[in-house]
Write a protein that binds this ligand. Structure first.
Ligand SMILES: Cc1cc2nc3c(=O)[nH]c(=O)nc-3n(C[C@H](O)[C@H](O)[C@H](O)COP(=O)(O)O)c2cc1C
Length: 372
């Protein structure tokens, strides 16, 4: 282990300094934003996803680890996480002000999102020379990561963190090679979490379930209102909020807010269902993640395994995207469970295959997610 990346414990002073420095950066950024042309979207996303600085020390190293944690996916890109660091521990807590009460009333996907951030944080901490130890939210309402000194280690999952994205376009239909399937099936899992893979022959049965989920969700005005709240219809909205779903990331054009809202609120459920079924059928395969129970710890572990899988797919130059509708709608979730012929709880459904990357999504700066 080199002196440059030897692990240090983070003091409360480090964290306060980090918040102070970043608050100045945010204020300066806000001033710049009013004068900056909005076309800077791609330079913002490139800057957010720059490679981790392994030479960073003290609070700069902490900032880098947390930046990598925030590159994780989250439902509607709400980024529902808060981080607090002291005495060699990082605590990840849910930010319930960023919950999605309609699509995720039990905070199931919120905890899964925290699990995704946890997995990135662990990979980044190991690269910085820690041997992190996780305490799951069994008795407390947060995840605790103890940062013990260890040997720096990086793998292809760590390297894939800045490249991973949800790619929502149609894929090219090309089948996976046997070697790609072998590498996916070799992915390390977490306690109670299973992956149920489908090759192209299994996709039409899944498409029927996705259609049922879409027909239910897109006929629900409360679902559409919540979705619109998190949609960013143009670069200006996306850059101001630094969260949510920017239209270009889903392959849609930029439009004024009023027009985008009108368009989404009048979406025909059947049209949405047909488009998503087509996307699923264009894929090389799909996978349903299940857990042995429904609890915050099981959801966090699901998020970890999902993130690992998404990073493995990225490292194989494969794209992936969620189609969680059949799991988000309670009645359809029961059917998904039956189709797997088991008692495990379905948590996530994603498809994967070959396609060109799409524009990246934004993240809020680390200072906005660190608590004092
Ligand atoms: C628990 C969870 C559920 C999600 N559900 C969906 C979904 O049903 N459909 C979808 O297109 N994206 C879904 N997403 C992806 C997010 O919208 C995406 O992660 C976010 O917009 C950030 O974009 P990125 O993953 O490309 O960085 C989900 C993400 C998570 C973590």
């Amino acid at each position: 282990m080199t002196q440059e990346n030897s692990p240090q414990k983070f003091s409360r002073r480090d964290v306060l300094k980090l918040i102070g420095v970043s608050a100045v950066a945010i204020t300066a950024g806000a001033v710049l934003d009013t004068t900056r042309p909005w076309q800077n979207y791609s330079s913002e996303t490139a800057w957010l996803a720059r490679p981790l600085d392994l030479q960073a020390q003290g609070e700069d190293m902490l900032q880098e680890i947390l930046r990598y944690a925030t590159l994780a996916p989250s439902g509607h890109n709400t980024q529902p996480w808060k981080f607090a660091a002291s005495s060699g521990h990082i605590r990840i807590s849910p930010d319930l002000e960023r919950a999605l009460p309609v699509v995720d009333p039990d905070h199931r996907e919120l905890w899964i999102s925290l699990g995704c951030a946890l997995e990135n944080l662990l990979l980044a901490a190991r690269a910085c020379g820690y041997a992190p130890q996780v305490t799951y939210p069994d008795t407390a309402a947060w995840i605790d990561v103890a940062l013990q000194p260890g040997n720096p280690s990086q793998d292809e999952l760590f390297a894939a963190i800045p490249q991973r994205q949800n790619t929502r376009c149609e894929y090219d239909g090309q089948a996976l090679t046997a070697s790609e399937w072998t590498q996916l099936r070799a992915l390390p899992l977490e306690q109670g979490i299973r992956l149920h893979y489908f090759d192209q022959t299994g996709l039409s049965a899944l498409a029927d379930l996705v259609t049922q989920g879409n027909l239910s969700q897109y006929a629900d005005t409360a679902f559409l209102r919540e979705l619109v709240f998190w949609l960013r219809f143009n670069k200006k909205e996306a850059l101001l909020a630094q969260d949510g779903l920017f239209s270009r990331c889903s392959g849609n054009p930029e439009v004024p807010h009023w027009l985008g809202k009108l368009f989404v609120m009048s979406t025909q459920p059947g049209q949405q269902a047909a488009a998503d079924a087509q996307k699923l059928l264009s894929s090389s395969g799909a996978v349903i993640l299940t857990s042995s129970d429904d609890s915050p710890s099981a959801w966090v572990r699901t998020g970890q395994v999902y993130e690992r899988l998404a990073l493995r797919l990225t490292s194989l130059n494969l794209r992936s995207s969620f189609l969680n509708q059949p799991i988000e709608v309670a009645q359809v979730r029961g059917q998904v469970q039956k189709s797997l012929e088991g008692t495990a709880m379905p948590q996530l459904l994603l498809r994967f295959g070959h396609a060109a990357p799409m524009p990246r999504s934004l993240r809020r700066p680390v200072a906005a997610v660190v608590q004092g």
